[in-house]
Design a protein. Structure first.
Length: 135
């Protein structure tokens, strides 16, 4: 009888742990996706600086409010996007002498390099988010 109770107890503990971890992993992944989206948003912001995008569109501010990362992560992502945009050269496509900011930003957004960078920002993730995800 005791063995059966122990088995049931340990099974319940294992199941509870599994579901708790699953919820935590979901929150971590959701936060990473939002931070990656912020990267793309920053690319648009720096890529179209001459259009004063910051006054036309408030998306960057919204991300700043909803992201569950401390300020250093946002600054690093912002800097990464700015540095990436600065590497984009003028394209001679159709002799228009313009930059392919959107397509190149999307390609970079989808890259493994950005995925790895975003994962490295986990150390700046606000832990309260993970606790809320378990409720």
């Amino acid at each position: 009888m005791k063995l059966k109770l122990k088995t049931i107890f340990f099974s319940a503990v294992i199941l509870f742990s599994f579901f708790t971890c699953k919820g935590e992993n979901y929150e971590i992944q959701k936060n990473r996706e939002l931070l990656k989206d912020y990267f793309l948003c920053c690319c648009m912001y720096y890529g179209f600086k001459s259009t004063d995008l910051g006054n036309i569109d408030r998306s960057k501010s919204v991300y700043f409010d909803v992201l569950n990362y401390s300020l250093p992560a946002l600054q690093k992502v912002d800097s990464l996007a700015n540095n990436f945009i600065s590497t984009i050269e003028i394209s001679s496509y159709e002799n228009k002498d313009s930059k392919n900011i959107i397509i190149l930003s999307i390609e970079e957004y989808k890259s493994k390099r950005v995925d790895q960078f975003i994962k490295s920002m986990d150390i700046y993730m606000i832990k309260e988010t993970l606790i809320r995800g378990e409720e």
